[in-house]
Design a protein around this ligand. Sequence first.
Ligand code: ADP
Ligand code: F6P
Length: 498
Amino acid sequence: MSEHHPSDANPSSRLRPRAVYSSARWAQRRSPTDLLPPKRGTADRARLVVASNRLPVTITRGPEGQLEAGPAAGGLITALEPVMRERGGVWLGWPGAVGECGLEVGRAMQASDPARPYSLKPIDLSAEDRDLYYLGFANDVLWPLLHGLVDRCGGGSTYLDRYRVVNRRFARAIAEVSNERDFIWVHDYHLLLVGRELRKLGLRNRVGFFLHTPFPAPDLMRDMPWSPEILEGLAAFDLLGFQSPRDQENYQAARGEEVAPARVFPISIDFDEFHPSVTQPSVPIEADRIRSIVGPRTLILGVDRLDYTKGLPEKLRGFRSALREHPELRGRVVLEQLVIPSRSELASYRAVKDEVENLVADINREWARDGWLPVRYHYGHWSRCELLARYQAADVALVTPLMDGMNLVAKEYCVANRGGGVLILSETAGAAHELSHSAILVDPTDERAIGDSVLRAVRMPYTERFKRMSGARELLRARDVHHWVDGFLREGLDALRG
Ligand code: ADP
Ligand code: F6P
């Protein structure tokens, strides 16, 4: 599928010499009314042009070779999809299959939702691009580094070369689809050099960047031989958004001479999509069915992408510690854990799967009895209805990533639960900044502490649980994903003008 605009007839006519804007120059060339891309149905002043590695639609080949479109999973998609539905615009990204970007892909994406109120612009990745840019530099180097897990960083000089090439390709595609007044918003660690490439192409649009992951301690970043290039690349954006004060401070401490304004905008969810009062009638029916299976036992829920940053083995060892140390929990608690397949081409991800499955088997072997299975493990995907039903039904959510930019599962549970649930949350998840008064915070590396937190959650009186959850829900109602996007587009850009 391709995007055409009258002014794109000759994109090169819009190219100007590279210009780096200071806040003052920014202020001169913008009037306040120019600043916000429209919500749908308002005058077409400027559009939102979003670029992320992944599109909300994933294309695969079916058994008969036909193209099939399905939803992509992950926090970035959960957050951005409702924003694009509300505002319209163009979303550029990779549909997840290699070498599949022709008209057929456009048609398959279109057919998956003919009424989609925004355009999708697929970016093609070859098998080599996937291996070197996506699996290589993005996920074998940047991902572990950004999460502070440097021992897991792989390497290879070809990784970085290909990362530059693909970032340039994204920049060219953005230049092709955008008009002069559009606001360009680039997302996440796959595309750190896109701002620089856009400036090289001479684009003068406002260009923002949001990092969905954490930003690591400055010494970890500076130790990388390529960090000057990455930091300089970030400085080419007009505004950088981070998930939490920790990430913003780390960036500010690591940055080189060239800087871009950095602000904190905690990402969130579409409150109305998750609140029990607005979900389909099938959701509470499914929730009741789940409750009837669990009976009087306490249902503890875990929902995590299969990723070593999510602390899955540590969580399972923490649950085992709960059973070992606190006899009153035996036979009384069930951990239902969904593990969502992710990046399985990487050996480090496959190794986590093996470790998790061995631990589940060990725990169930050690403790199961009389019709009680302590861990109910699922590897795969739940439908939205199945997920919401679990959020509604679960007494406790156990969310213990070793390090996480935000963790939307934590926020989704607070909004979607029927009222008296308890959130146990890792103190190193970005969400802990906002939910510290509502959740039981734990050190995700401390098995004993995780086990004790389970006991605390089970024993917590209803009034306290209700008070904590109400507080979380009110906060998340006020600070939902639309607040996040408004904050980035308005407050952030206003600050630049000031
Ligand atoms: P991450 O972005 O690292 O995966 P988050 O917790 O921030 O972690 O986000 C995970 C997101 O994936 C949540 O919004 C969750 O609802 C969503 N999700 C979970 N299961 C599915 C599924 N089967 N399909 C699509 N999205 C899913
Ligand atoms: O920020 C990390 C992130 O982009 C998430 O938003 C998303 O859930 C996840 O990674 C998806 O990973 P991938 O696109 O590699 O499947």
